[in-house]
Design a protein around this ligand. Structure first.
Ligand code: PLP
Length: 389
């Protein structure tokens, strides 16, 4: 087993050397002026990545799940009605979190592999003439199924119904890898995490906050303390923190935003699309099917692949890890055992992606999957060869 192999899990992702080095700094007084030289450029970079000029951005010392909690606890009150769709394990967990906060959930259950049901949302919003629905949740990229949803279409549905509900979006496995337009889509809270597209270890969650969401905080009464957005914004506006931040990680975040912006966001998105296309060509060559039901909703950061009947995705993932030292994602929740996932986001090149496709292929052949050794690699090679600049 080698630790030199890249991982192919959809987070945590591979950490570039420059970011690792940036995270490794000595003790720093986070109340000193030096700290603002780290946090201020990091926040400015995040605003560019979220494509916002009007929203505030904050960073919590937590994994992405903490930012889910910040999103709901700062903007809503117990008993508030919230519209959501269960389409995979991540959207399901956010719904469960809402229930524990005593929010009244109106949940559309769709087949795992389907995207956010925008027309059902549109109807529910139109029917809600009394504006009982206070927030609408969207999981931009459902990491369990490899499905991308159309956030701008949900914004259009809200506008068409002239509905004032807040639009809360989980972009943990999309932001910094797939285009995300906070201002243009009218997103009120955007949630991201450090260990996916930002190529950092887990430990920072990122929250983008619209002015409308800030207004909602004045009347929202769910309790919050650690994840109090107003408290966080107040301190950050003077370059500080309400408690002790993870300074090294924030320095890594500064580096990460610099790297992403230096590559150019559109280039980053195009790279992820190409990486994903190569993986999809391989899946097709293997003769396997995606968990995602339609091509238009395929994710550019993670591909969930259905294993053939009689085979076990979890066994495959374990075998690839044990024999080849390569990590893939297993199936989560309702699709446990039925899929395996190839994460292709963050710090990744064509050549690295080919090694993942090759390793998956070897592991599948070892376990007797009905696929031909070399078929997926060859299809991906052909695609990368012809589409590389
Ligand atoms: C990873 C992820 C999260 C958050 O997970 P953490 O482990 O708390 O960082 C939330 N939503 C999606 C879609 C994710 O991929």
């Amino acid at each position: 087993m080698s630790e030199q192999n890249p991982v192919f899990i959809p987070g945590p992702t591979n950490i570039p050397e420059e970011i690792r080095k940036a995270c490794d700094i000595g003790t720093m007084d986070h109340r000193s002026a030096k700290f603002s030289e780290i946090i201020n450029p990091a926040l400015a970079g995040l605003k560019k990545i979220l494509k916002t000029e009007t929203a505030e951005v904050v960073v919590f010392p937590s994994s992405g799940t903490g930012a889910w909690e910040a999103a709901i606890s700062n903007t809503l009150s117990a008993g508030d009605k919230v519209l959501a769709a269960e389409q995979g394990m991540f959207s399901q967990k956010w719904i469960e979190m809402c229930r524990r906060h005593n929010l009244e959930m109106q949940v559309f259950e769709v087949e795992w592999g389907e995207s956010c049901p925008v027309s059902a949302y549109a109807e529910a919003l139109k029917a809600d003439t009394g504006h009982q629905i206070k927030a609408v949740l969207v999981t931009h990229n459902e990491t369990a199924t490899g499905v991308l949803s159309d956030v701008s279409a949900v914004r259009k549905a809200l506008d068409a119904a002239n509905h004032p509900a807040l639009l809360l979006v989980d972009g943990v496995s999309s932001i910094a890898s797939i285009d995300f337009k906070l201002d243009e889509w009218g997103v009120d809270i955007a949630v991201a995490g450090s260990q996916k597209g930002f190529m950092l270890p887990a430990g920072l969650s990122i929250v983008g906050i619209s002015q409308k969401a800030i207004s909602a905080m004045e009347t929202a009464t769910l309790p919050r303390f650690y994840f109090d957005l107003r408290e966080m914004m107040k301190h950050l506006s003077s370059g500080g923190y309400p408690y002790t931040p993870i300074v090294g990680m924030l320095n890594g975040l500064k580096k990460s935003t610099e790297m992403l912006l230096a590559e150019g966001l559109e280039n980053v998105f195009a790279r992820h699309h190409r990486l994903a296309e190569g993986v999809r060509k391989a899946v097709k060559a293997w003769g396997l099917e995606m968990c995602a039901l339609r091509e238009e909703i395929f994710s550019d950061t993670v591909t969930a692949i259905l294993v053939p009947d009689g085979f076990d995705g979890t066994e495959l993932v374990n075998h690839a890890a044990n024999k080849y030292g390569v990590s893939f994602g297993g199936g989560l929740g309702r699709v446990a055992g039925k899929v395996f996932r190839i994460g292709h986001l963050g710090s990744l090149t064509d050549v690295m992606a080919l090694s993942g496709i090759a390793a998956a292929e070897m592991a599948m052949v070892d376990l007797g999957f009905p696929i031909k050794l070399g078929s997926g690699v060859s299809a991906a090679q052909e695609y990368y060869r012809n589409s590389a600049k």
